[in-house]
Design a protein around this ligand. Structure first.
Ligand code: RUB
Length: 323
């Protein structure tokens, strides 16, 4: 059996260890891993497809929630599968490059549409770190809009600090708040804007744990709530009734925030520490998704998902992109 290149194993470890994180970056890293795996392959042509499937299996196991990950894997696998054995490697290389281009193009479009949506003066409330959101805000600010951003800590992994670092470096005023102050500060915002890990065909948003609290508070306060969601984040499998799995991570991410003494005391009490890292926001609390196809209400998610479905049922994951 042909061994998997070290680089692929490293990328998989970086994704599961959160050194590569955020749905867009994960999709890109996965397509890059498949590309490297294909380029480095030196075995027999007829053994290429099973080899690439092993690469896919390794990558699919890294994180369960970001749908952009299986979307990347199946985009490449389905195109490789349909090629004859002696053309499979070239087909994988071509499909990986196409997917990487798709990630880049869709990101650029989301940033363009999102920045148009942002008014001349806004106080934007955000949660966690989404590259689609920060790049959109930075673009809007460069376009001359007067912006302030309120960002949560985003416990336990504290991704809010990445957001505040990026936005501050771009000269944007940022206010940093604890997650528990969401409802207090949402009233100061003119819009809420978060990322997306997965969107179901019935319009539910799956994003960083706490997103549903931001949405609920925004709904109560009458603040519009948007999510930046490239179409690679829509879940084709949800149309067939599959739930998006919510990832639970190691409890040490939570206990690690305490002093060693408190963590020891907690562990001594044998309390169960649970660390779900994503939650579900219902479509009625979402004003719109900012996608690469335009700004759409959550009720149109089913149309996006159908457009992403492949032609042949079993290859439902094969994303078709129509320009
Ligand atoms: C990150 C997260 C982000 C989305 C979108 O979670 O919830 O909002 O992934 O990010 P984690 P992007 O830190 O657990 O990966 O816009 O960068 O794709």
């Amino acid at each position: 059996m042909v061994l998997l290149p070290d680089e692929i194993v490293r990328i998989a470890q970086d994704i599961s260890g959160m050194r590569i994180r955020g749905a867009g970056r994960i999709a890109k890293a996965v397509a890059e891993a498949m590309l490297i795996a294909a380029q480095k392959y030196q075995g027999k042509p007829e053994e290429f497809k099973p080899y690439l499937k092993r690469v896919a299996e390794l990558l699919l196991k890294t994180r369960p929630t970001a749908v952009s990950l299986p979307n990347a894997v199946y985009y490449i696998l389905s195109r490789t599968d349909s090629a004859p054995p002696n053309e499979a490697r070239d087909a994988a290389i071509k499909a990986s490059r196409e997917f990487l281009q798709l990630v880049e193009d869709s990101h650029r479009r989301v940033v363009e549409y999102g920045s148009r949506l942002i008014g001349d003066e806004e106080v934007i409330f955000t949660h966690c770190h989404s590259k689609a959101v920060t790049d959109t805000i930075i673009k809007a600010s460069r376009d001359g809009k007067k912006l302030e951003v309120i960002v949560t800590e985003t416990r336990p992994f504290l991704q809010g600090r990445i957001t505040l670092r990026e936005l501050s470096a771009a000269g944007i005023k940022v206010i940093h708040i604890p997650d528990s102050a969401i409802r207090v500060f949402i009233k100061e915002a003119t819009m809420a804007f978060v990322g997306a890990d997965a969107i179901t065909s019935d319009g539910y948003l799956i994003n960083k744990i706490g997103t549903s609290i931001v949405a609920l508070a925004a709904y109560e306060a009458g603040v519009p709530f948007y999510s930046a969601a490239e179409t690679i984040k829509f879940s084709p499998m949800s149309l067939m009734g599959s739930d998006v799995e919510i990832e639970f991570r190691d409890p040490s991410e939570i206990t690690g925030l305490y002093s060693a003494k408190i963590a020891e005391e907690l562990l001594g009490l044998k309390v169960e520490v649970l660390n779900p890292v994503f939650d579900l926001t219902p479509p009625n609390q979402i004003t719109a998704y900012v996608t690469d196809l335009g700004v759409i209400p959550p009720q149109l998610s089913v149309v996006v998902v159908r457009q992403l479905l492949g032609i042949s049922g079993i290859r439902g994951h094969a994303i078709i992109h129509e320009d």
